[in-house]
Design a protein around this ligand. Sequence first.
Ligand SMILES: C[S@@+](CC[C@H](N)C(=O)[O-])C[C@H]1O[C@@H](n2cnc3c(N)ncnc32)[C@H](O)[C@@H]1O
Length: 231
Amino acid sequence: MKDLFGKALLDYYHGNYTEDIITATNISDEDELPLPYLFRDFKNMPKLEQKALQLAKGSILDVGCGSGSHSLYLQNKGLVVKAIDISKGAVEVSQKRGVKKVQQLDLLDESEQFDTILLLMNGTGIFQEINQVAKYLKHLKSLLRPNGQILIDSSDIQYMYQDEDGGLWIDTNAGYYGELDYFLSYKGEEETPIKWLYLDFETLFVACKSAGLNCEKIMDGEHFDYLGKLS
Ligand SMILES: C[S@@+](CC[C@H](N)C(=O)[O-])C[C@H]1O[C@@H](n2cnc3c(N)ncnc32)[C@H](O)[C@@H]1O
């Protein structure tokens, strides 16, 4: 990994904002991911994220913290937060912005326990592939204190397969439709492609049941997205 995501966060933090990140997937064309969005404050967050932050309590783990926006909000409310991210640049930016406890760590290498675990901005993306969901849910469950909760958002991206007449062109032999190849580039450099998983609520619900987790939809978002609470 070249950590272009981290490089972009560092550029923005240091006042060198000249371009946005470009993303694309195997089923969609190029799109811009505006860097200011990755530094959003509470009032500029989607309602789903605001709701997740309002529900967060006790000791908190912010998984894939990015620039640390969610952690900072919670920390400012007096809550104890640990932020983790695999991106070195993201960890550096979070630290510089004032997140007190932040570590470069893969979710699967985390071993402390928490009352609330946050996975936001398509949190299921971190699971990467449908056949890894059980492994990640089992691990997340092991990180929960008694009565703990996991707050996670995702989207049902079936709409991305809709043609102009409203028909769906999902290839049912190709595996789960929410499993995408994700391409990112920044300032002319291309990141190593990754898998990024969008999970519809029903599929998450069934996977949680198998993992021994209760799964409840807290709210729907504005565009096929939702916030789930696993406990
Ligand atoms: C879409 S970004 C979201 C960032 C932040 N949560 C936000 O809402 O602005 C996903 C983040 O997850 C991180 N990430 C991906 N896989 C991870 C893993 N296995 N463990 C920890 N962090 C991970 C990425 O480096 C990236 O910063």
